[in-house]
Design a protein around this ligand. Structure first.
Ligand SMILES: *[C@@H]1O[C@H](CO)[C@@H](O)[C@H](O)[C@H]1NC(C)=O
Ligand SMILES: *[C@@H]1O[C@H](CO)[C@@H](O)[C@H](O)[C@H]1NC(C)=O
Ligand SMILES: *[C@@H]1O[C@H](CO)[C@@H](O)[C@H](O)[C@H]1NC(C)=O
Ligand SMILES: *[C@@H]1O[C@H](CO)[C@@H](O)[C@H](O)[C@H]1NC(C)=O
Length: 479
């Protein structure tokens, strides 16, 4: 092999781990072969219709089946697989989003609930006990197979009259129902779909599979896929009884049916530890679909415990799911401040003008899920937390949500004093005195997220800054 060829080969191999790295490197080595063969499983992130077809750009809009009315919540059935032991504290997570008598589905436990869980809460999904697979599979630890088999159990036990989509999750998965329905309206439920997300943590994908939907983030099967998978489930459990992970078992069975993952960026496995506020403050421009692992990370609001945090976040979600965590950036030219609002969760003020291209990267407030030999740790770029007063934000978290006739007012309250001098070179305009940021957004769902919203700093009154959201203007630049 000559040197350029070897270089290209190296580039291609590394791109399997990090596609974006390949893009930037191949810009510098333009003679490498095209990378299109890598794209189908790697880049199909946000668009339901992106595919190998070179014309896919022209078909990015809805692919739902016009012969049917639009999908609504009653077309979805949820299968939650959990354990009796964890349910005592995890039920708070599920009850935060479950809508009794409106959400269809079942919770599967490994053993009957103990007395202090009875009578069974009406706010919880109805429960069933999972089938005992130990004799069938002739082994003692059948947890991965029990979870995979949950698909068959929920499918057989829910009403099929209106069933279009089967949504599987863990007992600590938090779903955003309105956004799920809205996303699923874009897909044809009569086709074979396996929709989900990879882990944020590169090593999780490497060790389990880049091809699987991670179950804690939740994954969705269209009716025909669920039906065929359930028909083959016993064979599949036997075929993959050696596999030690449930999601990998499920993915393997589905792959054998000729179906691959359609990844969506709004699902979050949260294979992270510590303070995930940095990630939640720079969410990509797609509807938020799920969050997971709330036991494993610090409470997402620093002054609350985990279950309070969950309910607090849902308070915003109940006012407007379409804007949840959507990052909106605007600038105060009089003071040289940048505002970055993650709607319904947090707000940041920087004491200099920061372009949106920079603010889109999460601040790495969190740690990796597992010790990893070295970077890349995450499937996205991050910014390191900074002690430079020109780079470190003033941090505010959601305080109150108020719905008015035409607007929603969300108020974000300062979390802690920043404890740094002022960014001097941007004019020495300290934001230390700002205690609250009041954000007004339209009381109208924003379903088309082809572009972020824009905002204006309408005033600073006393220790409060007022920000108003609006659609961006043509040619508007956030830098
Ligand atoms: C659900 O419906 C049943 C009867 O259909 C009713 O008794 C129950 O109170 C309802 N639960 C909730 C939480 O609305
Ligand atoms: C079950 O597994 C044990 C060892 O793990 C083996 O000795 C036995 O033959 C197996 N039984 C069946 C029915 O395959
Ligand atoms: C904003 O910052 C720039 C330097 O980036 C400085 O030249 C300018 O004077 C500042 N403007 C104000 C209003 O302080
Ligand atoms: C910068 O602003 C602070 C107050 O915000 C003030 O105490 C300090 O003197 C200012 N520094 C300069 C060099 O103007």
């Amino acid at each position: 092999m000559d040197i350029p060829t070897r270089l290209c080969k190296t580039l291609l191999i590394s791109s399997v781990v990090l596609y974006l790295a390949f893009i930037s490197l191949s810009n510098r080595y333009p003679n490498c072969p095209p990378s299109h063969f890598l794209t189908p499983t790697f880049l199909e992130i946000s668009s339901p219709s992106s595919s190998l077809s070179p014309t896919s750009n022209t078909t990015r809009q809805s692919t739902s089946n016009p012969a049917y009315p639009p999908t609504v919540l009653s077309h979805l059935a949820f299968g939650i697989v959990g354990s009796e032991d964890a349910w005592h504290h995890r039920r708070a997570y599920i009850e935060s989003w479950w809508r009794p008598n409106a959400t269809h589905g079942l919770l599967f436990l490994d053993q009957p609930p103990s007395e202090n869980l009875l009578p069974w809460s009406r706010e919880s999904p109805p429960y069933r006990i999972s089938r005992d697979l130990r004799t069938f599979l002739n082994k003692s630890d059948v947890t991965p197979q029990r979870i995979a088999n949950g698909i068959a159990e929920v499918f057989r036990q829910v009403d099929h009259a209106n069933l279009r989509w089967l949504v599987m999750g863990d007992d600590d998965s938090i779903f955003f129902l309105d956004n799920l329905v809205e996303i699923l309206q874009r897909y044809d439920h009569t086709k074979y779909y396996y929709i989900g997300a990879r882990s944020e943590f590169v090593l999780s994908n490497f060790l389990f599979s880049f091809s699987q939907g991670f179950g804690g983030a939740g994954f969705i099967l269209s009716y025909p896929l669920a039906k065929d998978l359930v028909r083959d489930m016993d064979n599949c459990l036997m075929r993959y009884s050696h596999v030690v992970a449930a999601d990998q078992t499920t993915m393997s069975c589905i792959a054998d049916m000729g179906v691959n993952l359609t990844p969506l960026e709004g699902f979050h496995q949260i294979d992270l530890r510590g303070d995930i506020s940095g990630l939640l403050s720079s969410h990509p421009k797609v509807p938020l679909l799920s969050l997971h692992h709330f036991d494993m990370v610090e409470p997402i609001f620093p002054t609350m415990d985990r279950s309070q945090s969950t309910r607090h976040l849902m308070m915003a979600a109940n006012a407007d799911q379409s804007r949840m965590l959507q990052q909106t950036v605007c600038h105060d030219r009089r003071r040289n401040w940048s505002f970055s609002i993650s709607w319904g969760y947090s707000a940041h003020i920087y004491e200099r003008i920061m372009p949106r291209s920079f603010l889109q990267y999460p601040i790495e407030t969190f740690q990796a899920w597992l010790p990893a030999p070295g970077p890349p740790f995450y499937m996205f770029n991050t910014r390191l937390p900074s002690t430079d007063p020109c780079e470190a934000p003033h941090v505010f978290f959601l305080d109150t949500v108020k719905r008015k006739a035409d607007d929603i007012l969300t108020v974000y309250r300062r979390a802690w004093p920043r404890g740094m001098p002022t960014c001097f070179f941007a004019g020495n305009h300290s934001a230390d005195y700002i205690h609250k940021i009041r954000v007004t957004s339209p009381a109208k769902k924003r379903l088309e997220i082809h572009r972020s919203e824009c905002c204006d700093i309408v005033g600073v009154v006393g220790n409060k800054a007022d920000v108003k959201f609006r659609e961006c203007m043509d040619k508007e630049i956030m830098a």
